[in-house]
Design a protein around this ligand. Structure first.
Ligand code: URA
Length: 272
């Protein structure tokens, strides 16, 4: 196939160009951002962000770790220290947005902290932003999010409701999109957990809904959502209901019957 592409002086034929594109897709590069490539590892270091200057000062120049395991432990300790220092959800969002311990931050377009009513009785915890959430900076706004909204509205609840009894507060374990929507790994979950724990402490929901395996892994240290779903448990010291993720329900519509039973159980617990 004819092509007028060259790379570093080497001509690339059309089949090779398609194969390279396919390889990029498999690696998670599924959307163009700029017309030309930008090597972000070669950019000048930006000045320290103006947000949370007190926090940034205290975190400046952590001691160099001797091994990757030590570096990971240091990063988790830093995340815990940052999260514990804040007193409001806004401060937490600012502190987490400024945290540089997760590489995902560099590949994401937006930091996706939360949506809904922070005073709600129910907090829904999902996995991580997908493509549309990354583009809009809000959790659960893609197809799965639209299904979630319909499920909530079926029991008279919703993220936009001002009445805290019927409102929900929505967040994800990870606040940056993993490339290609891959599942978050254990290190990413461990680095996000101190912030999520503080988010729950500050939002003080009465009940938590864990949507899918990743929030169950983060909050319960357990997986196997098809066994866990529908069984009330405790997460972050509060009653928690694991449910199948709406993305799973989109792929497996027959599972909607059980999800409906779980929603009714939630409504019942809330006295709705
Ligand atoms: N799936 C999630 O778990 N969270 C989102 O925000 C979107 C899809």
């Amino acid at each position: 196939m004819e092509s007028d592409l060259t790379w570093r002086g080497v001509e690339i034929d059309g089949w090779t160009a398609i194969a390279l594109l396919e390889w990029q897709r498999e690696m998670g590069v599924d959307e163009p951002v700029l017309d030309a490539p930008l090597d972000r590892t070669d950019l000048p270091t930006p000045p320290k962000q103006a947000i949370a200057p007190a926090i940034a000062r205290q975190e400046a120049a952590p001691p160099k770790a001797a091994s990757p395991a030590e570096a990971a432990a240091d990063a988790i300790a830093q995340a815990k220290a940052l999260a514990q220092r804040v007193a409001t959800l806004d401060q937490l969002a600012e502190a987490q947005a400024g945290f540089d311990g997760l590489d995902l931050k560099r590949g994401a377009r937006n930091f996706v902290f939360a949506d809904g009513n922070p005073a709600a009785r129910v907090m829904i915890i999902g996995e991580a932003p997908g493509e549309e959430e990354d583009a809009k900076g809000l959790p659960f706004v893609g197809r799965a999010g639209q299904l979630l909204d319909r499920m909530l509205s079926a029991i008279g609840m919703g993220r936009d409701l001002p009445d805290a009894t019927r409102a929900v507060y929505i967040a994800n374990v990870l606040k940056w999109r993993p490339p290609g929507n891959r599942r978050p790994n254990a290190d990413e979950i461990a680095l996000s957990l101190p912030f999520l724990t503080r988010q729950v402490e500050l939002a003080e929901p009465e009940i938590i809904v864990l949507m899918g395996n990743t929030p169950c892994a983060a909050a319960l240290n357990r997986e196997g959502i098809l066994r866990l779903r529908g069984n009330w448990t405790e997460a972050f010291g509060r009653p928690a209901l694991p449910m199948t993720h709406p993305a799973y329900l989109l792929r497996n519509p027959v599972a909607k019957r059980e999800a409906w039973a779980d929603l009714l159980s939630l409504a019942d617990r809330l006295g709705l």
